[in-house]
Design a protein around this ligand. Structure first.
Ligand SMILES: *Cc1c(COP(=O)(O)O)cnc(C)c1O
Length: 418
């Protein structure tokens, strides 16, 4: 361990959701490679969560590394106001080829949270353009997560963070989590709370935002595709904009290229991020239909690093990798292996539920181990995991081998018993 660096880290550098006076334990990383994070002391950890769900094709993909290197040698960045460049155009071409025909207008954002902010602005500005100036609020789901900026936080599950920031956050409408499980027979009652909300407040509502099929960070919950079909129809009937946040679910994570394909439903605005650059550079986008984009006179957003060429080049290379293999088949293999290897966890008294879809495996537990116990088990098993809320979960890179999945499952089991 690099001792000087380590003390600077402890004293001066904030980590995600951490305190400065009592910083949680951290591992010092030297490099990454394939499915592995390699520590300063040489220990290799299998990454069971793809660096917060973005390194889905594995680390150090040469195509992406080379693309970034070549782009950096030519032009690392120029402002996007009044200027344009090939990486932005090529990235758009690659995205449009993947997307449903109605989603045509791409706004490049610096992170997932900012893509969500842009999507909300698009929806609000669209309603204003239609003369619907009372439609200022957004409907979101309990158990949802859309990012950490103020606007994105206002539509994420109103849990701990909301109480601290109440009085600051815009007041949105929340609907209970869709109760019908992904694999259960459809129960029409599970849509009733959403229908009731949309019908009774339609004149105040600009948009609905949700994560299709799989609620990530705050829910780790898979719900029935029919919910999205009902929602699409109700939004059409009431003039409400439908936003899908596929920042986590996009690019095969749930077993389809996009999770919305399970429902065969297309939103008015789609947010993408995370796997977009294969886990290399922060980058995301919000993509609107022509119906939404056309009437907006000027979209009021324009970040300094908009359409950063390095990020665009990384995304182009990552999207090429996406097209170059049958990832659906790999994800199906991972799903089958997780079903088999996580089954014994149902016996653990701490485990309330086991849920698996695509390359996502979740143990819903009654209590989590402490940060110190977690680190001990990570180092002992050689598997990198980061349980959150009441979830011990894996979202491994799609190149993770069966024997590595076996080790991930055993580490999850050990955490559940800890
Ligand atoms: C991670 C995530 C975000 C936020 O993305 P950042 O790049 O961390 O800002 C938004 N929505 C969903 C569904 C996410 O999983």
């Amino acid at each position: 361990m690099n001792t000087k660096g380590f003390s600077i880290d402890r004293e001066h550098i904030w980590h995600p959701y951490a305190s400065m006076h009592n910083p949680p334990p951290v591992c010092d990383v030297h490099h990454t490679d394939g499915t592995h994070i390699v520590l300063q002391n040489g220990q290799r950890l299998i990454d069971g969560i793809s660096s917060w769900w973005c390194a889905s094709f594995g680390y150090q993909r040469q195509e992406i590394v080379e693309a970034i290197r070549e782009q950096a040698a030519e032009m690392a960045h120029v402002m996007f106001g009044g200027l344009t460049h090939e990486p932005a155009q090529q990235c758009a071409e690659a995205l449009l080829a993947l997307l449903p025909d109605s989603l045509r207008h791409i706004f490049y954002a610096d992170s997932g949270s900012i893509a969500v902010e842009c999507a909300m602005k698009m929806a609000l500005q669209y309603q204003i353009s239609q003369g619907k100036t009372t439609r200022t609020r957004i409907v979101a789901l309990r158990g949802g997560y859309h990012g950490d900026t103020i606007g994105a936080m206002s539509v994420s599950d109103p849990c701990g963070m909301h109480q601290i920031f109440s009085g600051v956050l815009p007041r949105q409408f929340f609907v209970e989590q869709p109760s019908c499980r992904f694999d259960a027979p459809w129960d029409e009652k599970s849509f009733a709370p959403m229908a009731e909300m949309l019908h009774s407040h339609s004149q105040e509502i600009a948009a609905v935002i949700l994560e299709p099929i799989f609620q990530g960070a705050n829910g780790m919950w898979f719900y029935h595709p029919q919910y999205l079909r009902n929602l699409r129809k109700t939004c059409n009937d009431l003039g409400i904009v439908l936003i899908f946040d596929e920042i986590a679910t996009g690019f095969w994570r749930t077993g389809r290229l996009f999770a919305m394909e399970y429902a065969n439903v297309v939103p008015d605005i789609l947010c993408l991020g995370k796997t977009l650059t294969g886990g290399n550079i922060t980058f995301a986008c919000a993509i609107a239909s022509t119906q939404i984009a056309e009437p907006i006179p000027t979209l009021l957003h324009g970040p300094t690093y908009m359409a950063n060429p390095l990020a665009c080049a990384a995304a182009c290379a990552s999207l090429k990798i996406l097209q170059s293999a049958d990832w659906g088949k790999e994800v199906a293999r991972i799903e089958a292996k997780l079903r088999q290897t996580l089954a014994p966890c149902r016996q653990c008294p701490n485990v309330a539920d086991v849920r698996i879809l695509g390359a996502v495996g979740v143990l819903d537990v009654r209590h989590l181990p402490t940060a110190e116990t977690l680190q001990k088990i990570v180092l002992k098993t050689g598997v990198w995991l980061r349980p959150e809320e009441h979830f011990i979960y894996t979202m491994p890179p799609f190149i993770t081998r069966d024997d590595e999945l076996e080790r991930i499952a055993r580490a999850m089991e050990m955490l559940a018993y800890a």
